[in-house]
Design a binder for this molecule. Structure first.
Ligand SMILES: CC(C)(COP(=O)(O)OP(=O)(O)OC[C@H]1O[C@@H](n2cnc3c(N)ncnc32)[C@H](O)[C@@H]1OP(=O)(O)O)[C@@H](O)C(=O)NCCC(=O)NCCS
Length: 144
């Protein structure tokens, strides 16, 4: 893992489009990628040499509302602790940025909840929170 460097930076538009596609999340256009990356409150990249092999980022206002927007490790690098490294960086960011009363949210893919529990995230319903919800009419991803 030593040759994989972590940096708090945004990937390029081309790198982001490509990593999403490699993860099977479909294809997005350059304008969409540029706009969503620009809205990031926090980004962290993993690179081997110059190549992007992992990425996580948070969308939010940086004080009260935070949403984990991406957590992606290149398929050929999975199972090596890289997802763990990205989530620890994101969680450290939350610890220093979130103000009292903050809402820090993510929606895990089905079956992936246990991955997040190890970092202190809990399943809903919990405390005052009901089940998580999403808008079912959002457009579907475009196949790669
Ligand atoms: C999820 C993802 C980022 C994990 O990356 P990774 O580099 O393979 O994860 P790690 O090697 O750091 O795994 C860390 C630990 O979590 C565990 N883990 C990994 N994937 C898991 C899963 N789907 N469910 C539960 N635990 C999981 C690993 O076994 C490992 O445990 P260990 O340290 O006891 O061996 C990667 O699989 C990925 O990019 N998936 C596609 C995109 C995606 O689904 N993102 C998350 C959306 S909810």
């Amino acid at each position: 893992m030593d040759d994989i460097m972590l940096s708090q930076e945004r990937p390029t538009v081309a790198e982001y489009i490509d990593l999403r596609r490699r993860a099977g999340w479909g294809t997005i256009d350059e304008a969409t990628a540029a706009r969503t990356l620009a809205a990031s409150a926090f980004s962290v990249c993993l690179r081997r040499d110059a190549t992007l092999v992992g990425f996580a980022r948070v969308i939010g206002d940086g004080v009260l509302y935070f949403f984990l927007a991406d957590l992606i490790v290149d398929p050929s690098f999975r199972g090596g602790g890289h997802g763990d490294r990205l989530m620890r960086a994101v969680t450290d960011y939350y610890r220093q940025a979130a103000k009292p009363g903050a809402m820090i949210a993510l929606i895990a893919l089905k079956g992936r909840e246990a991955f997040y529990e190890r970092f202190g995230y809990v399943r809903c319903p919990d405390g005052p929170f009901g089940d998580g919800m999403h808008f079912a009419a959002a457009p579907s991803p475009v196949a790669s």
